[in-house]
Ligand binder design. Structure first.
Ligand SMILES: [Zn+2]
Length: 171
């Protein structure tokens, strides 16, 4: 805040506290110097808060401390919001982890040539490795693996590398 804002602040504070310093040039210079990074509305809130439960005359340090607490609160709220957004981003992965173990087990059974017994299990397994890209044939998530000439694989459901990645991502 600048000298004009400090003068207004001290004027307002003097209404409740006769011991508040008079806004003479030296006082304004000192206060404005100490509070130069504090927004005027925050300083106003700090003074209000101070006199709500304090009989002592407000000092610049009280206002600086209040400003620090406000910024700490904002930083914490932002941090919490970021963590929440992060958690929301990851929620599908967590669900995949929970469901994935059984699916990938079935997927590995397919590649080993073990009949997974149920077509449904195979479909479940397909969904599990379809969630990850294939580093072998560069199939994107959701797209099936392809062999030479872009033909679908016949001997296995997906490339081994992709099944391994699917397994890793569900651990
Ligand atoms: Zn592939």
């Amino acid at each position: 805040m600048n000298r004009t804002e400090v003068a207004a602040l001290l004027g307002a504070a003097s209404a409740v506290d006769p011991k508040v310093p008079q806004p003479d040039p030296d006082v304004l210079t000192m206060w404005a110097g100490i509070l130069d990074d504090v927004p005027a509305d925050v300083a106003g809130a700090a003074v209000r808060e101070h006199y709500r439960h304090n009989g002592e005359t407000v000092m610049p340090a009280d206002i600086v401390e209040y400003w620090r607490a406000v910024r700490r609160d904002v930083a914490e709220r932002r941090h919490t919001a970021e963590l929440r957004a992060h958690a929301a981003d990851r929620r599908p992965d967590l669900r995949a982890i929970r469901d994935g173990i059984a699916r990938v087990t079935a997927a590995l059974a397919i590649t080993r040539g073990v009949d997974p017994e149920h077509a449904e299990a195979e479909a479940e397994a397909r969904r599990a490795f379809l969630a990850v890209p294939c580093t072998w044939c560069k199939a994107q998530p959701g797209a099936p693996c392809t062999g030479p000439g872009g033909k679908p694989l016949t001997k296995q459901a997906a490339h081994d590398a992709r099944l391994a990645d699917a397994l890793t991502s569900t651990r």
